[in-house]
Design a protein around this ligand. Structure first.
Ligand code: NAD
Length: 433
């Protein structure tokens, strides 16, 4: 039997839990729990001083039952096969939750991207694409941005892939610059999708924005977008953080000013920020761990996985948590939070706005017809509200937390397609079908 690494094992626990609420066959459980393929590459990068370094990269395709696989690319020293495999697994469920015709994939390179010069970063990104080019494609597997990658990097990658294929291939990568075939509205889609979900949640609980104190861990693409939209809607953003630490103001921050400070200090050709919020802003500072434990109404982890564990879950005081990051809560912590009555809106629904607008981008690239921003927003809002409602109603119906309901909703969709393709139940008892 295959040895399951830790993060992936934890991811599988959510599936096992969901399967208890379905009548899908064992074969389906086995297939959904097994990644389809994993590619490991060593990317050579010529440094600016003439020396040569190698960086390990991965691309995992978890499941393509419902369509070509889709998923982000992460540049971070912690990137490992286990992490990428787990992120690819979550992508499969995320695409199914929102009902878009994609399977799940993920990729990444183990690198401290901030330590590279702009040209080294470009060589790394293009070199990675040269190594995975036979593994991806508009009908096979479509990468997108994730932590420490952005639209500039996606543009380099699409350009490299097009050079290899000797034709323009915009649909191979999403999250590109609009000038290269990117979609308007993609850059803030993850945060916007979460914002639409929070509005639905607020409607269910009669939450008044001005009385709702929000803390956001991680102030990058996703964290900034959700902060900006919530602030505009009147929510009080009382704490935000980045990798260096957190800032806290009980009356709430002026979010556009915080974003401006981060933007003003971008370096490496507008890819990464130099400044840490806790150094640049005159406010109470605290650690990322302390931010998570603040007495607030809404906590939004928007940085990394495994931030709320069995160790700190008993000390979380937020009334609700919306997971904008992938996998910020471990399955053990889930149980503790559930027992303590803390409602969690799960990542596979809350951060699905990004992949939804990636799907819109792919559609636009393939049709050659480009949409207006209002159309992107309207279609995204309709999908997020519809699937929020589906998951919310299902949780009531089967009497579970929202995460289990989201997995049940997704696994039913994936299982239905697998059944349609044929399972052992069908082949052993053809007359019953
Ligand atoms: P990003 O690189 O733009 O920003 C990441 C932010 O997290 C930065 O502010 C960084 O300083 C901060 N950070 C890093 N390590 C931290 C730590 N240990 N504690 C606190 N903050 C830390 O990344 P992003 O694209 O905003 O992604 C953030 C999360 O959202 C990830 O989990 C990612 O998988 C998830 N996500 C992103 C997208 C997308 O479209 N970008 C889509 C779905 C999910």
């Amino acid at each position: 039997m295959t040895k399951r690494p830790k993060l992936f094992k934890d991811a599988l626990r959510r599936l096992e839990n969901a399967l208890k609420h379905t009548d899908l066959s064992e074969e389906i459980a086995l297939r959904i729990g097994t990644p389809k393929s994993c590619l490991e590459v060593s990317v050579p990068v010529r440094r600016d001083d003439g020396s040569l370094d190698f960086f390990t990269g991965y691309r995992v395709r978890h499941d393509d039952t419902r369509g070509p696989t889709k998923g982000g690319l992460r540049y971070h020293p912690s990137v490992s096969r286990d992490e990428v495999q787990s992120l690819a697994f979550w992508m499969t469920f995320k695409c199914a939750v929102v009902g878009i015709p994609f399977g799940g994939a993920k990729g990444g390179i183990s690198v401290d991207a901030k330590s590279l010069s702009p040209m080294e970063l470009e060589r790394l990104s293009r070199g990675y694409i040269r190594l995975i080019a036979d593994f991806i494609g508009p009908d096979v597997d479509i990468p997108a941005p994730d932590m420490y990658t952005n639209e500039r990097i996606m543009g380099w990658m699409m350009d490299e892939y097009s050079t290899i294929r000797r034709q323009n291939c915009p649909a191979v990568i999403t999250g590109k610059p609009v000038s290269m075939g990117g979609s308007v509205g993609r850059s803030d889609a993850t945060g916007r999708g979460a914002f639409y979900c929070i509005r639905e949640l607020a409607g269910k609980h009669g939450m008044n924005p001005s009385d709702t104190r929000v803390a956001i861990q991680g102030f990058g693409n996703a964290g900034q977008s959700v902060a900006r939209l919530l602030h505009k809607d009147g929510y009080r953003i009382v704490a935000v953080s980045d990798s260096q630490g957190a800032v806290y103001s009980p009356d709430g921050f002026d979010v556009p000013s915080l974003i401006r400070i981060k933007e003003e200090t971008r370096h490496v050709q507008a890819v990464y920020c130099d400044s840490a919020l806790c150094h640049a802003i005159d406010a109470t500072t605290m650690s990322n761990e302390e931010l998570l434990e603040l007495d607030i109404d809404l906590l939004i982890p928007a940085a990394m996985e495994n931030q709320i564990t069995a160790e700190n879950a008993p000390r979380i005081k937020a009334k609700r948590i919306v997971e904008v990051a992938n996998g910020p809560i471990t399955s053990e912590a889930d149980e503790i939070l559930f027992e303590r009555g803390i409602e969690v809106l799960p990542d596979i629904l809350a951060n699905a706005g990004g992949v939804t607008v990636s799907y819109f981008e792919w559609l636009q690239n393939r049709s050659g017809l480009y949409w207006e921003l209002q159309e992107v927003h309207r279609k995204l809002q309709a999908i997020m509200a519809r699937e929020f409602s589906n998951v919310y109603e299902l949780a009531r119906e089967i009497n579970t937390d929202l995460r289990t309901a989201a997995y049940v909703h997704a696994v039913r969709r994936i299982g239905e397609t697998m059944e349609a393709k044929g399972t052992s139940a069908y082949f052993s008892h053809p007359k019953e079908h």
